[in-house]
Design a protein around this ligand. Structure first.
Ligand SMILES: Nc1nc2c(ncn2[C@@H]2O[C@H](COP(=O)(O)OP(=O)(O)OP(=O)(O)O)[C@@H](O)[C@H]2O)c(=O)[nH]1
Ligand SMILES: [Mg+2]
Length: 339
C-alpha cells in the first residue's frame, strides 16, 4: 500500500507514482457464466466499470443474445444446440470442454478474473469451475462470485452445494451470496427482485475491487495488495455498506456486519481488504477510523489492508467494501463449515 497519491501525467493513458514510476494497471476480466452470471455482468455494464473487460458465456443462445458484455461466447453449441442445459451441470461441463479453446483464448493475458454465476442450474454450475481452472492455468487469480438458489428451488439446492464444493477447489477465493438472506431481509420481494438485489451487490463489489486498483486513490491499494488477500482466500466473506460521514465509524462497521448476505463467520478471517470511498469531505482520519473499527471486529492477528478513494458525487456519504478471506474455524463454527 502506498501513501502517496498517484498523479496523472499529461499523457492520460499513463499513471505515475510520486517517484515517477509508471503504475501499470493489471488486466481484469469479469466472466459471467450461464443465465444468472450474464445477468450479473449486465448489471455491471449498467453501473459502468473502469478498468475491466466483461465476457458473457452461455449455452443458451437466446439469453446470450441479450447479454451486455464486451465479448459474448456461445458455449458448447453442438452439445446443447444453443438451448441451454435445462439444469444439467454435467451437460454444462461437457459444453465447456467443447468450447475450452475459445474460453482460454478469452481469458488470455488477464491477471485477475472474476467468475460470476448463479449456482443450481446447469450452465453456470457446470462451466464456472472449468473457467476458473483455465484462469489459474494461465497464471491469473480466479475469484468466484456466485449466488445460492432460493430454498423453494429445492431440486437445485443439492446441485448448487456440489457445484460450490467443486468451484471452491478451482478458485483462489470464492464468495457465495445467499439469495435467501436477501429474501429474509425483504420478504415481499419476488424471486426476480431478490435476484436483482443480489446481482447489483455482486456488481458493486466487483466494481469496487476493480476500481480500487485501476483508479488513482487517496490511499492506494495496488494489484499486489489484492493478490495478497485473494491468492489463497478460500471460501470468503464480503460486505458492502453505505452511510453518512456524520455516522460514528464504529456504528457504520457494526451495522454493515449485522446484515451479511452470506452464511459465514468473518471473525476468524486471517486477511481483510477494506476500501473506503467518500466525497471531497472524506478525511484520512475518518477512513482510518473505519479501518480500525473493522480491525477490532476481526481476529487480533488479522492482516487488514485498506485503501481510500474520493468520488465527488459521494459528498457527505461514505461507502465501504470489505473482503475477508482465509476464514479460520471459530467457536461458533468449529469445523469452519459453510453449511
Ligand atoms: N443472482 C441471480 N440468480 C439467478 C438469476 N436467475 C436465476 N438465478 C438463480 O441461479 C440459479 C441458476 O439459474 P440460471 O443461471 O438461469 O441457470 P444457468 O446457469 O443458465 O443453467 P441452465 O439454464 O440450466 O443451463 C437458479 O436456480 C436461481 O436460483 C439472476 O438473474 N440472478
Ligand atoms: Mg440458462
Amino acid at each position: 500500500m502506498s501513501f502517496e497519491e498517484p498523479f496523472r501525467s499529461l499523457d492520460r493513458e499513463k499513471i505515475y507514482n510520486i517517484h515517477g514510476e509508471e503504475l501499470v494497471s493489471p488486466k481484469i476480466l469479469v466472466v459471467g457464466c450461464g443465465g444468472a452470471g450474464c445477468n450479473m455482468v449486465n448489471r455491471l455494464t449498467n453501473i459502468g466499470i473502469d478498468g475491466a473487460e466483461t465476457v458473457a458465456l452461455d449455452t443458451d443462445r437466446q439469453h446470450l443474445a441479450m447479454a451486455q458484455a464486451n465479448r459474448k461466447i456461445p458455449v458448447g453449441t453442438n452439445v446443447t444446440r444453443g438451448l441451454g442445459t435445462d439444469g444439467d451441470p454435467d451437460l454444462g461441463r461437457q459444453a465447456a470442454k467443447r468450447s475450452r479453446w475459445s474460453i482460454e483464448e478469452a481469458l488470455e493475458g488477464s491477471d485477475l478474473i472474476f467468475v460470476a454465476a448463479g449456482m443450481g442450474g446447469g450452465t453456470g454450475t457446470g462451466i464456472a469451475p472449468i473457467v476458473s481452472q483455465a484462469a489459474r492455468d494461465q497464471g491469473s487469480i480466479a475469484v468466484g462470485m456466485v449466488s445460492l438458489p432460493l430454498s423453494e428451488e429445492e431440486a437445485r439446492t443439492s446441485a448448487a452445494k456440489k457445484g460450490i464444493e467443486e468451484l471452491n477447489a478451482k478458485t483462489n477465493t470464492l464468495i457465495v451470496f445467499d439469495n435467501n438472506r436477501v429474501l429474509s431481509l425483504a420478504p415481499r420481494l419476488t424471486p426476480e427482485q431478490v435476484f436483482s438485489v443480489t446481482d447489483q451487490l455482486i456488481a458493486e463489489i466487483i466494481k469496487g475491487i476493480t476500481e480500487t486498483v485501476t483508479l488513482p486513490s487517496l490511499i492506494n491499494l495496488d494489484y499486489a495488495d489484492v493478490k495478497t488477500i485473494m491468492n489463497n482466500g478460500g471460501l470468503s466473506f464480503a460486505l458492502m455498506s453505505e452511510g453518512h460521514l456524520d455516522d460514528d465509524p464504529e456504528r457504520l462497521v457494526r451495522s454493515a456486519l449485522k446484515t451479511p448476505l452470506m452464511e459465514a463467520d468473518y471473525r476468524g478471517a486471517a486477511d481483510c481488504l477494506l476500501h473506503v470511498t467518500g466525497g471531497h469531505d472524506l478525511t484520512l482520519r475518518y477512513a482510518a477510523a473505519v479501518s480500525s473499527a473493522l480491525t477490532r471486529e476481526l481476529d487480533p492477528g488479522a492482516n487488514v489492508i485498506w485503501g481510500a478513494r474520493i468520488r465527488k458525487e459521494l459528498t457527505g456519504r461514505i461507502s465501504i467494501i470489505a473482503i475477508m478471506t482465509k476464514l479460520r474455524p471459530t467457536e461458533a463454527e468449529p469445523r469452519g463449515s459453510w453449511w
